[in-house]
Write a protein that binds this ligand. Structure first.
Ligand code: 3HC
Length: 669
C-alpha cells in the first residue's frame, strides 16, 4: 500500500495529515492482502515537520506520537520513502518506521530547539537508541541538518537512491515482507559519564544554555536509564510545556517574520541584474570582511586600496581567514585555492572596470566618499551598480554628485561582515528598482538577511540603537552605573552591554559625530555630557586602556573604574538630579520601551514598511536575543493600552527632546 502525504507546500504535519495517516495505517493493518506499506510525500518534499501554525493552541487529536505508535504496533512493515527534507515530526515519523530509503540530497534533522521546543514525538528517545547519546546531543541540541550520505553513514537510513524513489521503496518493502524492525526495541549504546558531560557542556555553550537545550539533554540521557514508554511520556510532557512558553512563541514569531520578509522582498517589480564580479573599495576591516563574504558566496572579488600598507593588511586578513578555516578542517585545501583564485587586489582604479557591483567601504567622511565615487565613476562600466557601505552618511548627497544617481544605493554591512547576517539595503531618492532588486538578490546570495531602509540618518538599526543608547545615558544620570546596565542587558541575552560595546568601538568616533551634529542640537533638549567628559579625559575605550571601564594589560575583561562612577555622579549633581537605584527590570523595560518608540517613529516616517523587519534587523545585526522575539513582538504581547501607559511614563522620565510616537502602527500587520 502506498500512503501519500499531500499537504503543499512542505507537507507540514497538520491535524488533517495526522488524521489521514492514522486512518491509512489502520486500513493497511485491517487489509490482510496488503503485506507492506510505503509512506511518501507528494511534491518537492517529505514532511518538513509539524505544522507550527497550530502550536499556539491546544493540539488536536490524533497527536503525532499516536500515529507513530500505530506504525510500531502494526504487525506488518511500514517503510518511509524520503526526499526533499525530513525534519522534526517528519523525521520522527520516519524513525518510527521499519526502514528508511532516501533520494540523494535528502536533508534530515530535528530542528525543534531552534523553535524553543524539543522533539515531541520520540526524537529524543529513538535517535539515541540508534546513534548513541553523544551524537544525539550534538545533532538535537544544535538542530543540525544532515544530508543523506551522513545519515546513511550513521545508519539512520537503509539506502540512498538516485531516482525512482517509489519504485525502489517498493522493492525494499517487498524484501521486508513478514518482518518488523522497531527502533524502540534497540538498547542505547553505552557511553562514559565523561563523554556525555563533554558533549552536554559543548551543546549548552553553543545553545546559550536555553531551557530547551537543557531539556533535550535530560531527555536524551533518559534513554540510558528509562524504558522507552516512560521516556516518551516524559518527553511529550516537556515538549508541551515548552511549546506554550513565551520563548517558543517568540521563536515561532521570528520564523514566520523572516519568511514574510523574504516573500515580500521577492515581490519586486524589477528583475535583478546578474552579478559575477565585485570590486570592494577600501581594504580596512569592513572592506576585507565584505570581500570574504563575497568570495565565500562564489563571486570574483577585487579589493582596491590606494594605501599599499592598508591593502597588504586587508589581503592578509582575507588569506588568514581561509588559512584558519583550513587548519581547523572546516574547508579543504582545494576549496581554499579555488576561492583565492577568484581574489585579486590592486592600487589601480583600472582594476574595477570589469566589476558588476562596486562596494565602497572607505573612511566615514563625506568628502572622502565624494572623491571615491568620482574615481569609481571614471573607471566603472556604465552599467555597473555602485553601493556605499556607509553607516550614517547621507547617500542621497553622495549619489547627487554622480552622473547617474539611479545606480547608487546603500549596502550597509555589519561587522564582522563575513559573519553578521544583517544587511541594510538603503534605497535613495533616485535609486532604480533594478538596483534595489539586485541589491536584495545579492544579499540573499551571500546568505544574509536584507532589510530595506529609506535613506535617513542611522537607517533602521542605528536609529533604534541610538534611541536605546540615549536611554542608557539618561539612566546613568538618574542613578545607574555602566556595569549595572551592561549586566542587566547581558543577563537579558545580549552578547555585550552597550558601554562595553562603546568601549570596544572607540568613544572618540561617536564623540566626533556628536561634535559634527552639535549645531543641530536644540539647547532645551536633554543632553548627557558624560561621554564627552570621558573623551575630554582621553578615555577613548579599549584602545586607550580606559573608557567606561579600565583595561589593564593583564586583565582579559573590562574592570569597573570608580573614577568613572565619580564622573557620572558629578554629572547628576551638576543637573540637580537626585540619583535613585535601578533594578535590572527597570533597566531592561526602559530600554525595550525606547526601542519600541523608535520603531514606531520609523514606521510613521516610512523608513521601513513592516514593523517586524525591525525585530529581524535587531536580532541579525545588533545581538538582540532571538528568543525574546524583538521589541515589536514584546509590544504586541504587552498590548496597546499597557504600552501607551508605559510610554507616557517614559516620556516623563526622559524629559525634553523625547518624542513619544504613535505606537498604533506597531500593531498593524
Ligand atoms: N509549519 C508550518 N509552516 C511551515 C513550516 C512548518 N513547520 N515550515 C515551513 N512552513 C511554511 C513557511 O512559512 C512558508 O509558508 P508561506 O509560503 O505561506 O510563506 C512555506 O512553508 C515554505 O517555507 P519556506 O519559505 O521556508 O521554504 P523553503 O523551501 O526555503 O524551506 C523548509 C523549506 C526547509 C521546510 C523550511 O521552511 C524549514 O526549515 N521549516 C521549518 C522546519 C522545522 O522546524 N520543522 C520542525 C517543526 S516542529 C516539530 O516538528 C515538532 C515535532 O517534534 C512534534
Amino acid at each position: 500500500m502506498i500512503i501519500t502525504v499531500d499537504n503543499p507546500p512542505i507537507n507540514a504535519g497538520s491535524t488533517e495529515v495526522r488524521q489521514g495517516l492514522l486512518h491509512a495505517i489502520h486500513e493497511f493493518q485491517d487489509k490482510a492482502q496488503l503485506k507492506a506499506a510505503v509512506i511518501i510525500g507528494a511534491g518537492s518534499t517529505f514532511i518538513a515537520g509539524s505544522d507550527i501554525k497550530e502550536f499556539s493552541l491546544p493540539l488536536a487529536e490524533p497527536h503525532l506520537p499516536t500515529v507513530i505508535n500505530a506504525i510500531e504496533n502494526c504487525s506488518k512493515p511500514i517503510i518511509c520513502a524520503l526526499h526533499g527534507v525530513a525534519l522534526g515530526g517528519g523525521f520522527e515519523l520516519a524513525l518510527g518506521c521499519d526502514a528508511r530509503i532516501a533520494l540523494t540530497g535528502t536533508v534530515f534533522g530535528l530542528p525543534e530547539v531552534t523553535l524553543g521546543i524539543i522533539p515531541g514525538a520520540g526524537g529524543t528517545q529513538r535517535l539515541p537508541r540508534f546513534i548513541g547519546v553523544e551524537k544525539s546531543i550534538e545533532l538535537i541540541c544544535a538542530g543540525t541538518r544532515i544530508k543523506a550520505d551522513e545519515a546513511l553513514q550513521l545508519g539512520l537510513i537503509n539506502q540512498i537512491v538516485k531516482d525512482d524513489l517509489i519504485g525502489n521503496a517498493i522493492v525494499l518493502a517487498t524484501s521486508m515482507f513478514g518482518s518488523k524492525k522497531r527502533i524502540r526495541e534497540l538498547t542505547t549504546p553505552k557511553s562514559t559519564a565523561a563523554n556525555i558531560l563533554a558533549a552536554s557542556n559543548k551543546a549548552l555553550k553553543l545553545g546559550k544554555n536555553r531551557p530547551q537545550v537543557q531539556k533535550a539533554i535530560e531527555m536524551i540521557c533518559n534513554t540510558l536509564i528509562l524504558p522507552i514508554d516512560e521516556g516518551l511520556a516524559i518527553e511529550r510532557e516537556a515538549f508541551e510545556k515548552l511549546r506554550l512558553s513565551t520563548e517558543a512563541k517568540a521563536l515561532r514569531y521570528q520564523f514566520f517574520a523572516e519568511r514574510k520578509l523574504f516573500k515580500g522582498l521577492g515581490a519586486h517589480d524589477a528583475e535583478a541584474k546578474p552579478i559575477n564580479q565585485i570590486a570592494v573599495i577600501g581594504a580596512g576591516t569592513m572592506g576585507s570582511g565584505i570581500a570574504i563574504a563575497c568570495l565565500s558566496a562564489g563571486y570574483g572579488v577585487v579589493i582596491l586600496d590606494q594605501n599599499v600598507n592598508a591593502l597588504a593588511n586587508g589581503v592578509k586578513r582575507v588569506e588568514q581567514f581561509y588559512a584558519v578555516r583550513l587548519k581547523s578542517g572546516k574547508i579543504s585545501a582545494e576549496k581554499v585555492s579555488e576561492l583565492l583564485s577568484r581574489f585579486s587586489h590592486s592600487v589601480q582604479w583600472g582594476s574595477i572596470v570589469s566589476a558588476d557591483l562596486i562596494i565602497e567601504a572607505v573612511f566615514e567622511d563625506i568628502t572622502v566618499k565624494h572623491e571615491v565615487f568620482q574615481k569609481i565613476e571614471a573607471y566603472a562600466r556604465a552599467d555597473a551598480l555602485l553601493a556605499s557601505n556607509t553607516s550614517y552618511l547621507d547617500i542621497d548627497a553622495i549619489a547627487a554628485k554622480t552622473a547617474n544617481p539611479s545606480r547608487v544605493f546603500g549596502l550597509h554591512f555589519f561587522s564582522p561582515a563575513q559573519v553578521m547576517k544583517l544587511i541594510e539595503i538603503v534605497r535613495c531618492k533616485a535609486t532604480s528598482a533594478v538596483a534595489v532588486a539586485t541589491g536584495l538578490s545579492f544579499a540573499k546570495h551571500l546568505g544574509k538577511t536584507p532589510v530595506i531602509s529609506a535613506n535617513v540618518f542611522g537607517f533602521i538599526g542605528n536609529r533604534i540603537y541610538t534611541a536605546y543608547r540615549r536611554q542608557c545615558e539618561f539612566m546613568l544620570e538618574e542613578g545607574a552605573y555602566p556595569e549595572q546596565i551592561d549586566k542587566a542587558l547581558e543577563d537579558y541575552g545580549f552578547a555585550m552591554g552597550p558601554f562595553a560595546v562603546a568601549d570596544m568601538s572607540g568613544l572618540d568616533i561617536a564623540w566626533s559625530m556628536r561634535q559634527s551634529q552639535a549645531i543641530n542640537r536644540k539647547p532645551e533638549h536633554r543632553y548627557v555630557t558624560i561621554p564627552d567628559t570621558l573623551c575630554l579625559a582621553g578615555r577613548f575605550g579599549r584602545k586607550s586602556g580606559f573608557g567606561y571601564y579600565q583595561y589593564p594589560e593583564d586583565a582579559g575583561k573590562p574592570i569597573v573604574d570608580p573614577s568613572v562612577n565619580l564622573i557620572i555622579e558629578a554629572a547628576s549633581q551638576a543637573k540637580g538630579i537626585e540619583r535613585k537605584p535601578f533594578t535590572t527590570v527597570d533597566i531592561v523595560d526602559r530600554i525595550i520601551l525606547s526601542m519600541i518608540n523608535e520603531i514606531a517613529h520609523l514606521i510613521v516616517d516610512k523608513v521601513v514598511s513592516d514593523p517586524t523587519d525591525c525585530d529581524i534587523a535587531l536580532v541579525n545585526g545588533y545581538g538582540f536575543p532571538r528568543w525574546r522575539g524583538g521589541p515589536v513582538f514584546i509590544a504586541r504581547e504587552l498590548g496597546i493600552d499597557t504600552l501607551k501607559v508605559q510610554l507616557k511614563q517614559l516620556a516623563v522620565v526622559s524629559g525634553p527632546g523625547f518624542l513619544a510616537a504613535n505606537t498604533d502602527v506597531i500593531f498593524r500587520d
